[in-house]
Ligand binder design. Structure first.
Ligand code: GLA
Length: 391
């Protein structure tokens, strides 16, 4: 599939700009397996880069005007490298422009470029098509402009694009996953040390992703949850001045202080503290090939989202509930920010096709919605696929 996509992309580039691209890159989408809303709390996450990617073909050009076409949205944008101050609300090109702004802020000259973008990641499905777009463009700009940054810094540039240009206060998990994925492996990230380790996916399991097809427009809910986490940190700092983030809080600290805490702040913090524990427990279980424990922790994570963090919704709950009843079910939970988007199901490999079909059918019966259900595989992180040798 990837080869066809690349051929199509190069053809689209040649048609649009009348010459061949200098570079072709790819960056995958991701699924969060465990560790919900822990990244911006300096916690730990288990995620996976999946075999759905965004591809970019690009070449340098003279002058200061960049041109970018998106095949999916069948639309093109032009922008001047020195006039990037105002984002247009809701526009896909903001992620690209924001990336340019972030590099410029760091004093890094950005080359003028033409680009065409194509993606096999479903949009708004909770698979982080935005980070894949940022990282595929980042790799193209690195090649065209000879920009050399550590992978952590590229992740920060992508996050900066979202935080400062698009206005979403997201953490680093999406970029980390897109950069550090490995075929057949999960990505275990520590957002305090900014280190990652790849951990093999348990043999004989499959990943089934279900888009609930609903995105509840709860404006600012994500940012509000961040704020509650900060409130919890402020509460604990009164008596524990050295703590930096919720990462430093244990379940015992929480229970000791429960009565003195606002209930909602307690529950938000409990979710994050519990998720950090579950990720550690899952990593230990995976090391022993104990897939049942991993699955159980996924179910527990969803329950905590539902009750403590309140970032689930009826549709996501229904997908998880149905999952529990199906042959081959090991674990299921919402993946990513929440309030709609997707669930991730860990399923016995030989049952995966049937599981996916049954999930879709039962979800339709219960909600009248046509869920997009995909079987995905763990894929390598972002890479340069082609470059012109004379460069
Ligand atoms: C979104 C954000 C991530 C992370 C998750 C929740 O996907 O982009 O940084 O915070 O939500 O874990």
């Amino acid at each position: 599939m990837a080869e066809n996509v690349v051929q199509e992309l190069v053809a689209a580039f040649e048609k649009e700009y009348g010459r061949a691209p200098d570079v072709v890159t790819r960056a995958p989408g991701r699924v969060e397996m465990l560790g919900n809303h822990t990244d911006y709390n300096e916690g730990v996450v288990l995620s996976v880069a999946v075999d759905r990617s965004t591809y970019v073909a690009a070449a340098g050009r003279s002058g200061k005007e960049c041109r970018v076409r998106s095949v999916q949205s069948d639309s093109a944008r032009k922008f001047h490298l020195e006039k990037l101050s105002r984002p247009k609300k809701g526009d896909w090109a903001n992620y690209v422009k924001g990336l340019v702004v972030e590099l410029q802020k760091r004093g890094i000259p950005v080359p003028t470029f033409d680009a065409v973008i194509v993606s096999t990641i479903p949009m708004s499905a909770g698979m982080s098509s935005s980070a894949a777009l940022e990282m595929s463009v980042a790799f193209a700009l690195a090649e065209l402009g000879g920009i050399s940054l550590s992978w952590q810094d590229w992740a920060r540039v992508g996050q900066g694009s979202e935080n400062n240009y698009v206005g979403a206060m997201t953490g680093l998990m999406d970029q980390f996953s897109s950069l550090r994925g490995r075929k057949g492996q999960l990505v275990l990230s520590d957002f305090r040390t900014l280190e990652v380790k790849n951990v093999p996916l348990p043999a004989g399991t499959s990943l089934v992703i279900a888009n609930c097809m609903v995105k509840h427009n709860l404006t600012g809910e994500y940012n509000e949850r961040r704020e509650r986490c900060n409130q919890a940190v402020a509460f604990f700092r009164q008596t524990m001045p050295n703590i930096k983030a919720l990462r430093d809080i244990t379940r015992a600290d929480l229970e000791k202080n429960r009565a003195a805490m606002e209930d909602v702040v307690y529950r938000r913090a409990l979710h994050v503290v519990g998720e950090n524990e579950r990720v550690q427990d899952a990593a230990a279980a995976l090391a022993k090939d104990d897939v049942r424990t991993f699955g159980r922790l996924m179910f527990e994570s969803h329950e905590s989202s539902r009750i403590n963090f309140e970032n689930s919704c009826e549709e996501l709950d229904i997908l998880v509930e149905i999952g529990k009843t199906l042959p081959g079910a090991l674990g299921a939970r919402l993946s990513g920010g929440g309030f709609g988007g997707a669930t991730i199901h860990l399923v016995v490999e030989k049952e995966a096709e049937g599981y996916a079909r049954a999930l879709r059918a039962a979800y339709r019966d219960r909600t009248n919605l046509d869920s997009e259900v995909m079987i995905c595989h763990a894929e390598n992180g972002a890479e340069v696929l082609q470059k012109r040798s004379q460069k």
